[in-house]
Design a protein around this ligand. Sequence first.
Ligand code: NAP
Length: 274
Amino acid sequence: MSAFREDVLSGRVALVTGGATGIGKEIARTLGLHGARVFICSRKVDRLEKSTAELRAEGIDCAWHRCDVRDPDSVSAAVENLLGRGHGLDIVVNNAAGNFPAPISRISPKGFRTVVDIDLLGTYNVSKIAVDAWLRDNGGSIVNISAPFEGKGAALQSHVAAAKAAVDSLTRTCAVEWGRHGIRVNGIAPGHVADTEGVARFTAAAGASGPERIPLGRVGVARDIANSVLFLSTEAASYISGQVWTVDGASSVDQIGMAGRLADMEANWPERES
Ligand code: NAP
């Protein structure tokens, strides 16, 4: 169920990088189910074909192009393919990312660089190429998917945390530089999202953590992230730019991690006013 009319994005075109899997696929689905033509791109053709078929079966106008976001020529070819369809481009979602959990002592320079290249350089490549090719003259919305690591250490995720913090910085600068062209640039920073490969890999390395540590009492799902991107893609967000929103059920603001114990504490609190 959605808070938005199902045609709220009718006539719009959305490019979702990494749109064949996980959160990106749910973003593509949600934008598509609200009327947008969606175009997904990533490296593995089998996954692109399978997800495109699934989304089309749901009535979504979906196309794909193989693309490595680290390679500007590859990104340009994808954007040319998209624009060649003659419907323009309104929404860019930089969702593609690399991730593997490891302590700093076990990450090679190549592994660290790969994540920075996909997450940060990829976001820069796709944004810049989409702006030069279309958005500068037509306006639009860019949403960068990052992660809520700002101001904190992130064990086993040094490479991802560094790259995502830089993506958040890029989000703010792009919003400032491109605002005059009618381009809004925002970020969504998801907490742990259930049923994703990223969380499965992290849980395998670091163990599971349950919903009790999350103030809202449940683990996030891909739809929570997709709905946030949907909102930012509509006219309802027409004056919002340069913001990075954390979507994590308030986990990252629970400084002392007390959320899971509060119900018991309140029930057993001594019968006097403090
Ligand atoms: P995922 O399933 O691993 O998806 C990553 C996607 O990026 C895949 O479709 C992958 O496809 C694509 N990709 C990787 N390298 C690429 C490249 N060089 N060029 C183009 N595409 C590339 O990840 P997810 O868990 O859904 O996460 C989606 C986003 O949310 C990411 O930005 C992630 O950092 C962020 N996030 C996730 C969580 C979570 O709990 N899962 C939490 C915080 C933030 P190919 O391999 O086929 O290229």
